[in-house]
Write a new protein. Structure first.
Length: 287
């Protein structure tokens, strides 16, 4: 994929203090467009700027949008490494299918991410626990108010140097078990990384934080007994002589970290089981 590059004439100073999460951004962004006549085209990197978007754009009304989140790390040897971009590209493509977005070759995703990280290589932090967070995003841009898939899209990638996600740093996360509200149901969009799923989680997350918790542990929509996932991560539990994680049945996001943990544990000879895990079982295990 040919990517045209226009560099900023006014580079920003690199951050020196605490990074936080998602508030600082690099100087450039990747952009690519789609329409029915040209397919995916005009791949380029340019100085980061606000988007021009028609107020009738489909994404603003019906949330036809998918995104990813991955990181680039700087090693002790000074080299920059991406964590499993191919797996993120594959999940991005699966999310496209669920949201009726035209196919974007996985190689285009990886090429866009790699090229932008190369341009922003000086933004990759080297401090412990820090990384360059990469946010690929596709939004529906056709201006219309009918309920149907858009015929126009924009594919963007932006980057942000980050530290710990939570304000308390890398301490254990305090979890609220949600037994009232629902993030997703089987047969819906729970397995896609789409904007609407996260909008649906905001109210329960707000209430959890007001109670002094960091995140929500989502349970099944029927009995609120089966564990599904936490708002920003998949779930594992050490029960007896096995490590248990809920199976992927359509309501849970298939995490890249989840897959990595399963592979690493099995390589170590640990017994990992993908089966339904209940709140009652966890209570008994920690009693």
């Amino acid at each position: 994929m040919d990517i045209q590059i226009t560099l900023t004439e006014n580079p920003s100073p690199k951050p020196q203090g605490p990074l936080g999460f998602g508030r600082l951004f690099t100087d450039h962004m990747f952009l690519m467009s789609y329409d029915e006549d040209n397919g995916w085209h005009d791949a380029h990197i340019e100085p980061k700027r606000p988007l021009k978007l028609d107020p009738a754009a489909s994404v603003l009304h019906y949330a036809q949008a998918v995104f990813e989140g991955l990181k680039a790390f700087k090693g002790d040897d000074g080299r920059i490494r991406l964590f499993r971009p191919d797996r993120h590209a594959a999940r991005f493509a699966r999310s496209f299918q669920k949201l009726c977005i035209p196919y974007l070759p996985e190689g285009c995703f990886v090429a866009a991410v790699k090229r932008l990280v190369q341009v922003e290589r000086d933004w990759v932090p080297s401090s412990e626990g820090a990384a360059l967070y990469i946010r690929p995003l596709v939004i529906a841009t056709e201006p219309f108010l009918g309920v149907r898939p858009s015929t126009k899209y924009a594919f963007l990638v932006i980057c942000s140097p980050v530290g710990a996600y939570y304000a308390r740093g890398f301490e254990p996360v305090r979890i609220w078990v949600e037994t009232d509200e629902v993030r997703a149901v089987r047969g819906g969009t729970g397995a896609a990384k789409t904007a609407g799923n996260y909008a649906a989680s905001l109210h329960a997350a707000k209430l959890a934080k007001e109670r002094g918790y960091d995140q929500v542990l989502w349970t099944d929509a029927k009995a609120h007994e089966d564990i599904e996932e936490v708002g920003t991560m998949n779930v594992f539990a050490h029960v007896g002589d096995e490590v248990v994680t809920p199976p992927l049945r359509g309501a849970i996001l298939p995490g890249v970290t989840r897959d990595s943990v399963i592979r690493l544990l099995r390589d170590e000879g640990r017994r990992v089981v993908e089966r339904q895990l209940t709140i009652s079982e966890v209570r008994e295990a920690v009693a």
